[in-house]
Write a protein that binds this ligand. Sequence first.
Ligand SMILES: [Fe+2]
Length: 251
Amino acid sequence: MSRRFLLAQISDTHVRVDDEGASLRQLTRALAQARDYAADAILMTGDLVNDERDEEYAALATALIDPPAPLFLMPGNHDQRARIRAHFPTHQYLPQDGFLSFALDQFPVRIVCVDQIVPGETHGMLTDAQAEWLDRTLSVSSRPTIVALHHPPIATHDVLFDQIGLRDAKLLKTVISKHKHVRRIICGHHHRVVFGQVAHAPVIIAPSTSWAYGLALTDAQPIAPKTSEQPGWMLHIWSEQDGFVSHFMGL
Ligand SMILES: [Fe+2]
């Protein structure tokens, strides 16, 4: 069998300490499923906690003490960089200062994680400096690569989420179009599964483990209602023979 790599993407966990354990239970179930499927790595793509609170990060750190695979953290708009650094001191891949962007080179697939949050804001923004960092980082290797971020870099036609997505997504498109070895762009934020494209690269928006949002195509429709759609996570599978395939894993 050709070499295979399984990445569990767990997004928008929104861990709280006042929800009778609901958010942590969902995270724990996702981690158990990732263990059952023998995931090779776990990437949490932001909104780790709900309110940037120390107690929430402490609860998250406890839940992540013994993950079933190497686990990596990215910030979302509900996170605070300094608190992530403070509560996860053993996560050596996290830069000591500035943006929490990093590249993972130890797997058959390269994973490049871009921090594009804007402190205090709901939307995301790719700065010129982060775009240059991404361009430079993607130039290091032509191995198959996943680019991960929190905010979707595509218009989904949802009247709310298109206002609070990644601003200046054109800059990302300019960078990605130069690097044909980027095979997937993965993100979260929208709390629903959506597919799109940036340049040649398929984009997959992962669900939240905690709750799903409905879709509002017009102002007359409910804006960001919590729905009964199933929360979950994404399992991205890569093999030498077949490239990438991505599965929605319901919780
Ligand atoms: Fe979220």
